[in-house]
Ligand binder design. Structure first.
Ligand SMILES: Cc1cc2nc3c(=O)[nH]c(=O)nc-3n(C[C@H](O)[C@H](O)[C@H](O)COP(=O)(O)OP(=O)(O)OC[C@H]3O[C@@H](n4cnc5c(N)ncnc54)[C@H](O)[C@@H]3O)c2cc1C
Length: 261
């Protein structure tokens, strides 16, 4: 069904109130609208959240970088604050899709959607992010549950994503040449207390690679990755790459990321 009511919320409270029953939030529409057009989903109401003041924007402190949910990928890529505090995040945003997608798509929409090949979920896991919603604060480690599945409850609105500012970090992606989604994407972050490595595009949901984290915790250099053995068990296999190839590319991307930190 392509018929729906279009409603624009002026604040968070109104948005969450309107998002009952078969209603859903609309941010950039880059995933939601094609999904409706292809009749993969149907909603009674689309609640436009792009006009809510305070839901877009970037704030930096010495310890964290907070990005409002409706901030576009283009705004993150162009932000001087992001470039200074977590430049790898600006690189990630610049590599998403194409200019049209980057100018419409939002960080909140990307992580709410939790596509297994999306880029931002890997940044959230590697940079120990906190997802601020209309109800609570969710650590990234608990947010990404499964394929297109998150910890969000019905009518719960993402307000912002807060990233820990790392000592060093980099994102390396082996992209699908058409969509730019990750065939394999590896985000490496050396935080104050730990090293985190998150992998996207490879399995049904983004995950932390503990083998790489252990190797890099004792020696943060690309050579530390050489002896890590990554099993392809459970990895995606499709026309773009076999599971074994993806396992191999994880190491290649991890080495590339560490070398560019
Ligand atoms: C051609 C193409 C190429 C792309 N390439 C890439 C790529 O290379 N890498 C990549 O990572 N992504 C890619 N994307 C995805 C894109 O970057 C968007 O981030 C993504 O489509 C969703 O963001 P959106 O703002 O458009 O959300 P929408 O499409 O508006 O919404 C998506 C879902 O999130 C929910 N939602 C939106 N905002 C919120 C919120 N604040 N709180 C709670 N729920 C919310 C909606 O209800 C909906 O279910 C691509 C998309 C297209 C169409």
């Amino acid at each position: 069904m392509k018929n729906f009511n279009f409603k624009t919320a002026s604040n968070t409270k109104e948005a969450t109130k309107l998002a009952s029953g078969r209603a859903t939030f609309l941010a950039g529409g880059m995933t939601l609208l094609p999904t409706i057009k292809l009749r993969l989903a149907a909603y009674s109401d689309l609640i436009n959240i792009k006009k809510i003041k305070g839901l877009s924007g970037i704030k930096v402190s010495s310890k964290s970088l907070r990005i409002g949910a409706t901030t576009t990928h283009a705004a993150v890529a162009a932000s001087k604050e992001v470039g200074k505090s977590i430049s790898s995040l600006a690189v990630l945003a610049e590599g998403i899709g194409d200019p049209q997608v980057r100018n419409r798509g939002t960080i909140g929409g990307s992580i709410a959607n939790n596509d297994p090949a999306a880029d931002y979920p890997s940044a959230c896991l590697a940079l120990n992010a906190t997802i601020h919603t209309s109800k609570r604060e969710i650590p990234a480690d608990k947010f990404f549950k499964g394929m297109f599945e998150t910890d969000l409850k019905k009518g719960e609105l993402i307000e912002a994503v807060e990233f820990e500012v790392p000592e060093k970090s980099a994102y390396a992606k082996f992209p699908n040449p058409a969509s730019r989604y990750a065939i394999v994407g590896v985000y490496v972050a050396k935080l104050k207390k730990e090293v985190r490595v998150a992998v996207t595009g490879v399995a049904s949901v983004v995950f932390r690679c503990t083998k790489l984290e252990d190797a890099l915790s004792s020696n943060f250099s690309s050579s530390a990755i050489d002896n890590v053995n990554i099993s392809s068990k459970g990895f995606n296999a499709d026309i773009h790459a076999s599971a074994e190839y993806r396992a191999h590319i994880i190491k290649v991307m991890a080495k590339k990321a560490v070398s560019s930190c």
